[in-house]
Every structure is written in C-alpha cells, then in structure tokens.
Design a protein around this ligand. Structure first.
Ligand code: ARG
Ligand code: ZN
Length: 877
C-alpha cells in the first residue's frame, strides 16, 4: 500500500520515555521495552494504540504492572493493537518480544555480523526489535540495559552516555546507557561483541572533553587511525563553520563487515560499513581515503542535521540527507581543493542523479508518495537535495545563509521538522520570498537551461538569452518555471573577466556575477564591451540543469585555456569531448572516423601538462566522460558496444598524440616510497596513473602496467595498474598472473578481495559474463555480505556496459537470476541492484526488448519482497 505525504497526522498517543532491556543469547534475544505513554489531548477516549512490528513474536504485555487480558489486544508479527488504555494521564506499557538476530539476513533491526550483535533501524528497523510507534516524529529519551555473555561480548554499547555496568551470574554482564536527548526510534543502536578499540579525545569549543572511540574487529584498530583523524577534523570544522558543538560525553563509531549501507548516524553511536573506517596504504586507495573522510564527516554532521533536528516524516528525508551531504561536501572542499571536489560532486550527480531524474524511477527531491521508503535513499534525495541547499546558499549569499542556518538550529532544535520549516529560516534571515524556489522540492526532472548569444560588433553589445524548460516525466509532477541561479563571467582575450553593466529584459535578476532566472526566459544585454567576450556560463555548476549552450569550438577551447573560473575551464573541455563522443557514437556502425579532433586532443594534453595547475585538477581533466554518461546523452537507440568502441578509440588517440607529455607526467609524478594520504599527494598519484592508462591504451603494451603492479608500494598504484591489465589486456597470461598474485597477497582481507572481484567484473569484454559466473561460484563469494554482492553483481550490472548489455541478453538473465535469489536473503540489496535495469527504454530495439522481457519476468516472480517489486514495477511504468 502507498503512503502519502498529504495523509500526515500526528499519533494518537504521545511517547514520553523508553526504558529497554536487551538480553542477548546465542541464537536468540529477549527484548523488554517499557514505554511511557499518554493519550494526546483531544484524542477520543476509545481510540486504540497501534504499534508497528515486523516479524515479531510477542511474549508478554503488561499495563502499569498488570498483565493485559487477551481480549484487550491483538498481536500479529507486524502489528500490535491495544484497546482500553487510560483516558488521560501517563501509563506504562511493558512489551516483551523475542527475536532471532542470527536468522536476520535482511540486516535490518538486530542482526549478527561475524559474531557481533549490531542494529540498523533507519528507516523502519526498530519495529523488528520491538512493537513501537516507529516513525520519526515520535521522540523520547531512552535508557537501555544490555546483557550478554562476557566472553562473547566484552564490549556493550548503546546511545548516549554510559551510566552503569556490572557482573551477572553465569559469566554474563551488563551495561546501561542513557540518552538524555529526545530521539526517534530510527536513531536507536546497540552493539555488543568482542571488539578492539582505538581511543582518543576531543575538547569542544566550550572546553568540554569528549571521549572518542572507534571499535573494530579484533586486530584492526590500527587501521582506524585516519578515520579518527577525520572525525576530529569534522568536529572542529562544524564548530568553525556552523558553530555546532558536540553534545554528549562520548562519541563512538563501530565498524561492521555486513552492512546494507555506507554508515548510520545513530545518536552517539555511529555504525559504519567497515569499508568506510579501515584503511592503510597497503589495502586502501586514495579514493578509499577520501570516502572514509567524507562518510565520517557526513555521519558526524548528522548529529545536528538529522538528530538534534530530525524529520517529521520520511517524505522530509532530504531535510537531513540533502543538507548533510551539502555539509560534507563543504567540509571536503575546505579540507582538500574546492574546484576538484566540485568537479567530483558534479560528475557524481550527472552519473547517478541525472539518469534517475530522466528515467522511470524519477521522483521529486521531496517525494509525495512511496510504497517502500528504503527505495528512496536515492541520488535525488541525497545529491540533488544537496544541490538545492547549495542553490539557497548561492541565492541568499554566504552571510544570510549562515544566519538562516543559525535560525534553523535555534528554532527547531529538539523537533521533527519539515522542508517548509527549513526554507522559512532563509526567508526570514535574508528577508526574501522563497516560495517559487520551493518548487525544486516538488517538481521532478532535470530542467534544461538553453543559452543563446548574439554579439553586435558595431554597438559593442553582447546579448545573452536564457530559457528554461522542464520535460514531462513519469513522476507527473508540475512543470512550472523554477528559480535558477546562474553564475557567469564574460571572459576577455586576456583571460580576465570583463566587468560590464547588464540590462535585464524578462524574468531574471542580475547582481554581480549571478543571474537568477525566475521566468521561462530572460535576456541580458551587456554594453560597451571592448571585444566579443567568451561567455562562461553556469560557473561551478550553480544549478543542477542540463546546459544547452551552442558555443563555437573556438570559444570553448579559449575558455579551456583562459577561464578564471577553474571549474568552467574543466567543463569547457569535458563538454567538447562528451559532445564529440556522443556524435561519433551515433554515426553508422563501420564509420570509424575519429571522435576527437586533433585540436581537442591538444587542448586536453595541454591542460594535463600545465605545471601551473594542481595535479588533481589536471587528472580530472584527463578523466573522460564515462560510457554510461555518453549513453545517457545519446538518449535513444543506444548501442553500448558502439559507445565502448568510441571511448576506447578516443583513449588510444589521446595516448598516441600525448605520448611525450604523458611520459613526462609519469616520470614526474609516479609515487615516491613515502606514502601520505593528503589531497595533494593523491592528486599526483591520480595524474600519474591517468597517464599510465593512456599510454597503455595507445601502445597496447602491458609492460609498464606490469612493472608498476610489481613495484607498487601502495594500493592506489597497485590497483590502478591491475585495473589497466584486467580491462585492457584481459586473458593475457601476465594479467592472469597479476590477478592470481593479487588474490594470494590479499586473500585474508575481505575489503581488498572486493576490489579483486570488481576489477574482473568490470572488464569491458563480452566474455566477462563467463568470468563473472565463475566468480559467483568462487568459495569467497557469498550473497550474505552486501559488500561482496555489490563488488560482483552490482559492479557488473552498473559498471559494465559491454558485458551486462551483451546483445544476446545473457547478462540480463544472469543478473535477474541473482536478483531473485538475493531477494530472499536481503531485499534492500536486491532492490538497489535492480535499478540497473531502469534505462531500458533508451537502448536499441534488440536490447530494449530483452531488458523489458527480463524486467517483466522478475516482476511476475511469486513472493518478491516489497522492495524489489516496487523497483521493477516502477521501472516498467
Ligand atoms: N542515514 C544514513 C546516512 O545517509 C543512511 C541510511 C540508509 N537507510 C536505508 N534504509 N537505506 O547517513
Ligand atoms: Zn546521511
């Protein structure tokens, strides 16, 4: 059944406090929850209490100390209804349930991972532990007692502060945790197990000492050092940038091997997929380091944006997620290099959010309805949600943005808030009307911003016309013009922005370097210019739109050299390359004329070789648009083999033309022995490895990659070399030997083994399907570990355009078969994997028919989870 935003109403009963005891045993857990409740004033005296459950077994039910008569309640695995509760005043309902953590393969609620008891409650996992008002607007303080065998679980962790612990009979012990801050059930967490600890402390801006702990599997706490460093930097940054101080005496992080998501911001007890905690140079790449830093920051920042202020209902998910992604992006921009980070975020948005917004799974940033909320933890809610916050900051300016955030924290601390609450704070801070801006939260789809220019040489006048449009999509939401903040510059031949006065005709405002377009169209006229300027538009990607700007190749090449806005320097080239590849991929098969003109290749090489620029930025310049980006731009009748051919040929052409420069970059930037994970060092490695990729593509010689594989002193260089071997030289005996060597070297480490699975699953060759089938039968493959599933099945379906989309449909069949099998174990992971079918309508007729047929087959399978059923049904719509 569908849940709708318009149906929101508060609960009939108010929750005042929760006292719980969890007794953990081998094979089972007993849960006693004592709920202090009160009928909400005005609610009818005979309204029953409805509590949510999910696969629960009720053991006992006691009202104010007296067992309830069976005729006063109804309990099923997913519901508990109690009648005859007091008309007024506080009462206590004690609910006892029994659960089986070891049998919980969905990894929602209380489960066991490598012997460790662990919980995941967002969004609706708490109801798998006890019957509850399991929704985010029900806030209460919790006191939780955990009991377990001392040998199996010497460490017992909960939310809040530790207040008591001690010994029990039979080798058992207990700990009591008290969380004084009101919180919703989705932030509840308990962890118990035999864990190692990395301890540290942080002194907050008001001088309070906070004890920090990162708990890991035995013997791995040393690998949490970088995460700890990132945590302390996050805490300091949130104080500096947003005035937000941590509020409890302890802050704990636990790293877990079996986890559905990246991490979870439970109050005072963040639980992480261990992939986002454990690192050292030998097992982790620079990308892994950056990922740990981001996720640690993200979960920590949730303490204010998510926990202190939470969401009224799940429709408001972007209130905490979009805002917190914006905050973690800003953190990384401040800690690393702003433009490079921005390029990364925009790439990610285009690669994941744009296809979602332009396909059948389209939904507004604030959805109006859902069947399964877990399917809405999407790129749209997270990444487009962050873009909306970024646009608010752009529109109101940095000072009023900070003022609005302060107001938000002041007004809504301790509340479950809405998007309207959030927007109002910026309206009040900046004394402006954001009601039209709010359409961004309600209207799905990527707007197109069309830009045209006209230069009048005699009058020395440049006219720039902006038009916006929004195509009708499957979400069926409104198509009204939105507020588009467009940063721009008029670049002169000297590489400086010309300052020019502009007159606006139409619905837009112009202030300094920002045009805010509010109507469908506006024209800005710039007078008295010395020369025709190069228009640098949508700087820093100031609005999440598809830019349709007809600009000459000469102008773009000039911007790629001259634009003082570095982001747009990168984009000028990226657009040229993407458009050329798109055009080439649309040409008839057999037409092998090169995609990239020599001048474009020269510009790419010039940028890469420009020693005046940051190596990380130069590496971004060398990273070609992905095959799926090109496929999205082609939009219809896509032939993935053809796309691959074009990208492959372009890579070789760049490698050939740029050989001398690329070799120099290798000499200059290849790793020294000393490894440091900082952004500058990572940038040098990225540039050197990008150069190696091109050289290998051009020379068709695996030699340099083999040499780097063998001599590498860190995982970044080793896995970059192995990726080149596995993807450019599949089947070569030297590649086989390197893959075997990698396996033997890292066999003991699951995180590195995931890389080994993924490198092979993403090799762009038709027979990779056979490899993947073989790997699925490998003793180290298991459907029970989400990371492993994502490393093999997920990577194959999402990142192998050639083999997954094999023309005979065998790739689709194999993934579908795995999906259905996986669905019986872990529906959240199966549903996520199934989204790789969503672009089916954009393919050429043969693949389109096979994709559709596969989706229909899955859809008609009996007994699918609500999660998977929802994704396949919406994909077909
Ligand atoms: N709140 C977590 C985070 O973004 C993610 C939770 C994902 N939950 C889910 N049901 N998919 O930090
Ligand atoms: Zn989050």
């Amino acid at each position: 059944q569908t849940v709708r935003l318009v149906d929101y109403r508060p609960t009939d009963f108010v929750l005042l406090g929760v006292a719980m005891t969890l007794k953990l045993f081998e094979g089972r857990a007993e849960v006693l929850a004592r709920l202090s409740l009160e009928r909400r004033p005005g609610v009818s005296a005979n309204a029953p209490l409805h509590l949510d459950g999910d696969e629960l077994v009720l053991e006992s039910l006691v009202l104010d100390g007296a067992p309830l008569a069976p005729e006063t309640y109804e309990a099923t695995p997913d519901r508990l209804m109690v009648r005859g509760l007091p008309e007024s005043g506080r009462f206590e309902l004690a609910v006892e349930t029994r659960i089986a953590p070891e049998a919980n393969s969905k990894l929602m609620g209380l489960f066991r991972s490598n012997g460790i008891w662990c919980t995941q409650c967002e969004a609706e996992g708490f109801r798998r532990i006890t019957y509850f008002l399991d929704r985010p607007d029900v806030l209460a303080p919790y006191r939780v007692r955990i009991e377990a065998d001392k040998a199996a679980a010497p460490v017992l962790l909960g939310n809040g502060n530790p207040v008591d612990s001690g010994e029990l009979a039979d080798g058992r012990h207990y700990a009591v945790w008290d969380d004084p801050f009101n919180k919703p059930s989705y932030l509840f967490a308990v962890v118990a197990g035999d864990l190692d600890l990395l301890a540290d402390e942080f002194v907050t801006m008001s001088g309070r000492k906070v004890t920090l702990g990162i708990y890991t599997e035995k013997g791995r706490s040393e690998q949490a050092g970088y995460a700890m460093d990132a945590l302390k930097r996050s805490m300091a940054w949130d104080e500096r940038r947003f005035g937000r101080e941590y509020d409890l005496d302890v802050f704990n992080v636990v790293a877990i091997a079996d986890f559905n998501m990246g991490a979870m911001e439970n109050k005072g007890l963040n639980v992480f997929n261990h992939k986002y905690v454990l690192l050292d140079p030998d097992i982790a790449t620079d990308t892994d380091y950056a990922g740990v830093e981001t996720v640690i920051a993200h979960e920590y920042f949730h303490n204010w944006t998510g926990n202190r202020i939470t969401c009224r209902d799940w429709f408001q998910l972007c209130l905490k997620e979009g805002l917190t992604v914006f905050r973690d992006q800003e953190f990384s921009a401040d800690e690393r290099e702003r433009t490079v980070q921005r390029i990364g975020s925009v790439r990610r948005l285009k690669a994941h959010q744009f296809p979602e917004d332009q396909g059948p799974l389209q939904h507004p940033v604030r959805p109006a309805e859902y069947r399964e909320i877990n399917n809405f933890y999407t790129a749209t809610v997270y990444d487009k949600g962050a873009e909306l916050v970024r646009m608010i900051a752009t529109i109101v300016g940095p000072q009023d943005f900070r003022k609005g955030m302060d107001l938000y924290f002041e007004r809504h601390d301790g509340e479950a808030a809405t998007i309207e609450d959030f927007i109002t704070c910026f309206e009040d801070a900046a004394k402006t009307d954001l009601s039209q801006f709010a359409l961004w939260y309600a209207q799905a789809g990527t707007p197109t911003l069309t830009v045209t220019e006209s230069w009048d040489a005699k009058a020395r006048r440049h006219e720039v016309t902006l038009r916006q449009s929004l195509a009708r999509g499957t979400a069926g939401t409104g198509l009204e013009p939105m507020v588009l903040p467009v940063r721009f510059g008029l670049v002169g031949g000297n590489g400086e922005d010309s300052v020019a006065d502009g007159q606006v005709a139409g619905s837009a405002k112009l202030k300094d370097d920002l045009i805010v377009l509010t109507g469908r169209e506006a024209t800005i006229t710039f007078n008295d210019l010395p020369d025709r300027p190069y228009l640098s538009i949508l700087r820093d990607f100031s609005a999440p739109v598809t830019l349709d700007h007809e600009q000459s190749e000469a102008a773009r090449l000039a911007l790629a050299r001259l634009d003082p806005n570095l982001f747009n320097r990168w984009r000028a080239l990226d657009d040229l390359v993407a458009e050329a590849m798109t055009t080439a991929a649309k040409r008839a098969p057999g037409d092998t004329s090169p995609a990239l003109k020599p001048v474009v290749i020269e510009a790419l090489i010039a940028l890469a070789g420009d020693d005046g620029l940051d190596p990380a930025f130069r590496a971004q310049g060398l990273a070609l648009p992905g095959e799926s980006d090109i496929a999205r731009q082609i939009a219809e009748n896509v032939d993935p083999d053809r796309v691959h051919e074009v990208v492959d040929a372009a890579r070789a052409a760049i490698g050939t033309a740029g050989h001398a420069v690329l070799e120099r970059l290798r000499d200059e930037f290849a790793s020294s022995k000393e490894f440091s994970p900082d952004a500058a060092s990572a940038g040098r490695r990225a540039l050197s490895n990008a150069a190696l990729g091109y050289i290998s593509a051009a020379t068709r010689d695996p030699g340099p990659a083999i040499a780097q594989y063998q001599s590498a002193t860190n995982m970044t260089d080793r896995s970059a070399a192995l990726a080149i071997l596995a993807h450019r030289f599949p089947g070569d005996p030297q590649t086989e030997r390197a893959l075997d060597d990698f396996y033997r070297r890292y066999e003991a480490d699951d995180l590195v083994l995931d890389k080994w699975f993924t490198l092979q699953a993403t090799a762009p060759a038709h027979d990779t399907l056979e490899t993947v089938k073989r790997l699925a039968a490998h003793p180290r493959f298991t459907m029970r570990n989400p990371n492993r599933v994502r490393a093999l099945v997920g990577a194959f379906a999402a990142a192998n355009q050639v083999a997954f989309h094999r023309a005979d449909g065998a790739g689709y069949e194999w993934v579908a078969e795995k999906l259905v099998a996986l669905d019986g174990i872990n529906p959240q992971v199966s549903a996520r994997t199934a989204t790789t079918f969503r672009a089916w309508r954009s393919f050429e007729p043969g693949r389109r028919a096979k994709l559709e047929q596969t989706l229909r087959q899955v859809s008609e399978t009996k007994g699918l989870s609500k999660d998977l059923q929802d994704i396949v049904d919406r994909s077909l719509k």
